[in-house]
Design a protein around this ligand. Structure first.
Ligand code: B3K
Ligand code: ZN
Length: 880
């Protein structure tokens, strides 16, 4: 049904709205069967639309009860109503519109608009969920003052929350009560939120830099209050950090966070009333891993930082999504880097960008960080808009320096506070504040694809000159084949044969002389020459990953080993370990295909062992260097990928390293496997990380003693990080300890849904051959819930997105399973279905037999009657 209807929305067709909404009063009457929403809005004609007399309000999934203009009831002939709009005509310059409608939150399985989670009411309005609550101009450039009155049964819904401040509350007849909330800041409808239910509150307080007291409140179901401390402390750290780093202070008297179990994504930055997926709020050492702790802090920070980058200054339209998301991700990355280990954070972010965003850029879903068109905006909350968007923001920071960047941010807020703006406005603020010409930055917003830079080096020994030549290109992507050159800040250094970085000078008077240099590549081809280079150096390229590009340089194995040992840039030392592993595994794949024997040289084993043994390097960085590129990273580098071959080669490489480093692995594991009190600081997390990397290497060796060692760690651990690491090592081994550990875990945690997510995830990610059958069986487990996004992501998502060897089973059963699941889920929750179906999108990168099987599944979905716009868009783009 949708195929014919799917409408493409284009950036170039943007028009200012005909009318603006000054104020909106919502009256929400929550009842067991249904909810009656009355919205009263003061509209006036937009100054740039002097001739407008019509207004098409967005609205869907509701029963319209009445429409009044300036108090006069309209009859059905005076407006038009269809599935998505309420259209009014013959309108005056200004008027008050009252619309009443009925909605059914209890039946809302899409988790968009007003819905229920564990019996409590909550909302999700971004991007276009408000239109499922009432008829309104649901677009981000329409900003209004919101006042919300809620009425509900007091016994079942003692807590009634909305944005801003509570200005009135009281009891009503029949056991009901009411509350009125008023938000003094103008905002678009996507930032509206309402929560009602039986929730407990954890409260605290923060005093801002100007001395104002802000009440901090986290709302959860009663049994989780003891797990909110980390979230609360994280919030306070975020508030302080934003004051110190960006001079930004919180603006309301209260900041609330509500944790819910059913949520389509991570969290939502509604003004003064964030709604969070409970997995990003609750933490205790026995239930949350180190990664969970860090993620909670980062996401609490991210949503808090949106108060300025997103809420105070918002997006003109949804094409500008990266304006708020890329910038806010950049801010949360910096928050984590400032509070913990900067190099480790950078490594993790780059790993994530490469694995997921580079893959997206190479897929049929490739889009610029500011897309030019979409069918369903929910499909564009992507790693490109978020993570590549953050990298583009980081480019300004690299080009302008910390102070220049801050000047740009200050000007951006000075100019645009209270406005809905575009990425051009951000670029202009950065440029104007620094009197810099940044016009070429626009290319990053308009062109998709991962730029590639081919680097060569010429060394002129006679004149001691070293020239680096750069040639940039960018593969064709759906929006264009012919790309203009990007502005690429390419940070580099040169290592002399003793492994020391040399001072870089382009001529004798070079005042910028330093051991690292940011070369601004602006042309398709460009060179830079350094003088006084006494001996032929080895370049260390793209230090700190200074731009989201791929580069090629003809490094040998020995070069990488040299860089692993000597590079003074933490990031690039890690990078060398990754590129070496990648290069070797790609070679092994070719050897295997050609029927040649595969092997790993003692020099290579030794290089990784030296990293492991290097006491001068902190534990986390050693762990990162030993964590090799994943199977999907390798798949992204080959044509006609064969997931089975990739899996075998990678396992072989790890096993060979493990056997070769056995003594060091044992020694390192033993030295780190000490009884220590659990703490969430960078040093303790680093120790656990390295210990568990050692354990996972050891587990690749088929040895009964090691199975017992894993089980011992599983049993004795005093925290979830160690326990889960042991369980996940066992998950890939067919041994009695595996079965026992899974049983013990299930018995202990069957009543904790967030911990059970981990139990599902571990099994869905197993490389053992019967995993698909296990996943199917687990769908009937009492803890599984096919309507809960966390459960779906843990079991089905993990299997389809992060278990290549089993998802890509040669018989195609993995694809069939996912396809059936997606078609069924789409009828209830299109957003989550549309995330899952992306697993099929990269069919063209697979070897022909699997590619055809995947394509057939996509075609089956494409032909299914009634699929949502969400799923249709992904499937259609994947096939075209
Ligand atoms: N802004 C929300 C994401 C909304 C997703 C809507 N499909 C969370 C965030 O990025 O902070
Ligand atoms: Zn965000």
């Amino acid at each position: 049904m949708k195929q014919g209807q799917a409408q493409v929305i284009r950036l170039e067709e943007y028009q200012v709205p005909f009318y603006e909404a000054e104020t909106i009063h919502l009256n929400v009457d929550l009842n067991d069967e249904s909810t009656i929403v009355t919205s009263t809005v003061k509209y006036h004609r937009h100054p740039q639309q002097p001739d407008a007399t019509t207004l098409a309000l967005h609205g869907e999934s509701q029963e319209l009860l009445s429409v009044k203009i300036d108090g006069v009831l309209l009859d059905e002939n005076s407006y038009e109503l269809d599935e998505t709009h309420l259209s009014l005509r013959d309108l005056p310059q200004a008027f008050e519109l009252e619309v009443q409608s009925r909605i059914y939150p209890q039946k809302n399985t899409s988790l968009e608009g007003l819905y229920q989670s564990s019996g409590n009411y909550c909302t999700q309005c971004e991007a276009e969920g408000f239109r499922k609550i009432t008829y309104f101009l649901d677009r981000p450039d329409v900003m209004s003052i919101f006042t919300t009155r809620m009425t509900a049964d007091k016994a079942t819904n003692p807590v009634l929350l909305s944005n801003g401040n509570c200005i009135e509350k009281g009891d009503l007849d029949n056991g009901r009560h009411f509350a009125v909330w008023h938000d003094p800041f103008i905002k678009p409808a996507y930032l509206f939120a309402l929560v009602a239910g039986n929730l407990s509150c954890v409260s605290d307080e923060y005093t801002t830099m100007s001395g104002r007291k802000v009440a901090l409140e986290i709302y959860t179901e009663a049994h989780n209050v003891s797990r909110c401390d980390h979230a609360m402390q994280s919030l306070k750290r975020a508030m302080k950090w934003d004051e110190e780093r960006f001079g930004l202070e919180y603006d309301l008297d209260i900041y609330m966070i509500v944790a819910v179990d059913d949520f389509n994504m991570g969290a939502m930055e509604n003004k003064g009333l964030n709604v969070f997926n409970s997995k990003l709020v609750f933490a205790s050492p026995d239930t949350a891993t180190d990664v969970d702790y860090i993620n909670i802090e980062a996401v609490i920070g991210h949503e808090y930082f949106h108060n300025w980058t997103g809420n105070r200054v918002t997006c003109r339209d949804w094409f500008q999504l990266s304006l708020k998301e890329g910038l806010t991700v950049f801010r949360d990355q910096e928050f984590t880097a400032d509070l913990h280990s900067r190099p480790v954070k950078r490594i993790e972010d780059v790993r994530m960008l490469r694995t997921h965003q580079f893959a997206e850029d190479a897929s049929p879903m490739a889009h610029p960080i500011r897309p030019a068109s979409f069918i369903e905006i929910n499909n564009f909350y992507t790693v490109t808009v978020y993570e590549k968007g953050a990298e583009v923001v980081r480019l300004y920071h690299t080009l302008l320096g910390r102070e220049g960047f801050r000047k740009g941010m200050d000007l951006y807020f000075e100019r645009h506070d209270g406005q809905a703006v575009t990425t051009e406005d951000f670029l202009a603020a950065m440029a104007d504040a620094n009197e810099a010409d940044l016009s070429q930055m626009q290319t990053w917003y308009d062109q998709a694809g991962t730029p590639e830079v081919a680097v060569t080096m010429d060394y002129d020994a006679a004149n001691k000159r070293c020239t680096l030549n750069f040639v940039q290109s960018c593969p064709a992507t759906p929006e264009s084949d012919d790309k203009a050159p990007f502005l690429i800040p390419f940070k580099l250094s040169l290592l002399n044969p003793q492994g020391k970085t040399i001072v870089l000078k382009t001529d004798d008077n070079d005042i910028a002389a330093d051991t690292q240099r940011v070369v601004k590549i602006t042309e398709q081809q460009q060179s830079v020459t350094f003088v006084d280079v006494a001996e032929k150096p080895l370049p260390s390229l793209l230090c700190d990953f200074s731009a989201p590009v791929k580069y090629h340089f003809d490094y040998s194995t020995e070069d990488y080993i040299f860089l692993m040992q000597h590079d003074s840039d933490d990031f690039n030392r890690w990078e060398a370990s990754q590129r070496l592993a990648q290069q070797l595994m790609l070679q092994m794949l070719e050897d295997r295909k050609a029927g040649r024997a595969i092997g790993v040289s003692p020099e290579v084993v030794n290089a990784y062992q030296q990293v492991l043994d290097n006491q001068d390097l902190d534990h986390a960085l050693r762990a990162e260097a030993l964590s090799l590129p994943g199977e999907s990273d390798i798949a992204g580098e080959v044509a006609e990928a064969d997931p089975e071959a990739i899996h075998e080669v990678r396992e072989f490489f790890i096993r060979t390293l493990a056997n070769g480093m056995r003594l060091s692995l044992d020694a390192c594991y033993d030295s780190l496997n000490q009884d220590e009190e659990y703490a969430i600081d960078a040093a303790s997390m680093g120790r656990r990380r390295l210990k568990n990397v050692c354990l996972s290497y050891l587990a690749s060796i088929d040895d009964e003693m090691i199975h017992q060692q894993c089980f011992a760690q599983f049993e004795n651990a005093n925290n979830m990080t160690d326990r889960l690491a042991a369980l996940s090592a066992l998950a890939d081994i067919d041994c009695p300890e595996r079965t026992k550990a899974l049983e013990v875990f299930e018995t202990q945690w069957k009543d904790n849904p967030l911990v059970m997510d981990k139990w599902f995830m571990i099994q869905a990610g197993s490389s053992l051959p019967n995993t698909l059958e296990q996943v199917k069986a687990l769908q009937s487990h009492p803890s599984f819930d096919a309507n809960n996004p966390n459960k779906i992501r843990s079991l089905i998502g993990r299997f389809a997105m992060a278990n290549p060897v089993n998802f890509h089973r040669a018989d195609g059963e993995g694809y069939t399973f996912l396809t059936d699941f997606v078609i069924d889920l789409d009828t209830r929750n299109p957003q989550v279905a549309s995330r899952l179906v992306r697993a099929l999108a990269k069919w063209r990168q697979l070897e022909p037999v699997r590619a055809q099987l995947m394509k057939a599944c996509l075609e089956r979905i494409h032909q299914t009657n009634g699929i949502s716009n969400d799923v249709f868009e992904i499937v259609d783009k994947s096939l075209s």
